[in-house]
Design a protein around this ligand. Structure first.
Ligand code: NAP
Length: 213
């Protein structure tokens, strides 16, 4: 499959690009500037400039020919204005750009409790709210969507095992396991038009995706 990733230079993004390339997908790795593309080239991906804060028309061109778009970008700055620009408005613009480009499938990395964002401190709430709005836009789009809502992200080693369900207790999960969930979701039709919480657990990822309630 031709897969375009938004946020490829990020800590989850780089795991995702590596795994997608390993699974034989052709990967366009969206980076904010050419200078951030060196690592993805080494992994076998084609770097493309994709800035969620820039002209959405450019995103349409970037997505043309892609079967799948996966958005794992997130604002670098927790300030609500930056979060609204990237995690809400930029993410929504990317969904609409994917529709216009004829993309079939769209996966979005959200956050646990984005579907009930009335918790945490002011900054956490603003992130959850921004993600709730862009998740809603994706659900209402014409795209075949999957929304993954991870608990607190860690940089621990991958385990290949998670706990995954419609709603879960608060938890943590490694970025590498989250990337593996996103890649495995491409091969599991039961993840189409569904949203899941994911935290660390002991169920092999393909089984967790195939049996999630
Ligand atoms: N941290 C947590 O505990 C947690 C929990 C749940 C969900 N999440 C979400 O999971 C996602 C991945 O998190 P992470 O910690 O792996 O992220 P990260 O390392 O901070 O990487 C974020 C990525 O987004 C890119 N980005 C920032 N602004 C952008 C823009 N305007 N256009 C395009 N790309 C842009 C960054 O590009 P540059 O490299 O150029 O800055 C980077 O590649 C985020 O959406 C985050 O909100 C995080």
């Amino acid at each position: 499959m031709q897969v375009t990733v938004l946020g490829s230079s990020g800590r989850t993004g780089i795991h995702l690009v590596r795994l997608l390339c390993r699974h034989g997908h052709r990967v366009r790795a969206g980076v904010r500037s050419r200078g951030r593309g060196t690592e993805v080239v080494r992994l076998g991906a084609e770097p493309v400039v994709a800035d969620l804060a820039s002209d959405p028309a450019v995103l349409v061109d970037t997505f043309l020919g892609s079967d799948v778009v996966i958005n794992v970008a997130g604002a670098a700055d927790p300030d609500p204005a930056a979060v609204n620009m990237v995690d809400r408005d930029g993410a929504i613009a990317a969904v609409h750009a994917a529709e216009r480009a004829g993309v079939a499938r769209y996966l979005q990395l959200s956050a646990q409790f984005a579907d009930s964002p009335d918790q945490g401190d002011r900054l956490v709430r603003s992130i959850l709210l921004a993600k709730q709005v862009s998740d809603d836009a994706l659900r209402k789009s014409s795209l075949i969507w999957t929304i993954i809502r991870p608990g607190t992200l860690t940089d621990e080693h991958p385990t290949g095992r998670v706990k995954l369900s419609g709603h879960l207790e608060p938890g943590r999960v490694s970025r590498s396991d989250v990337a593996a969930v996103l890649v495995a979701a491409l091969d599991e039709p039961l993840t189409e038009n569904r949203g899941f919480d994911v935290i660390s657990g002991d169920v092999p990822i393909p089984t967790a995706l195939a049996t999630a309630g």
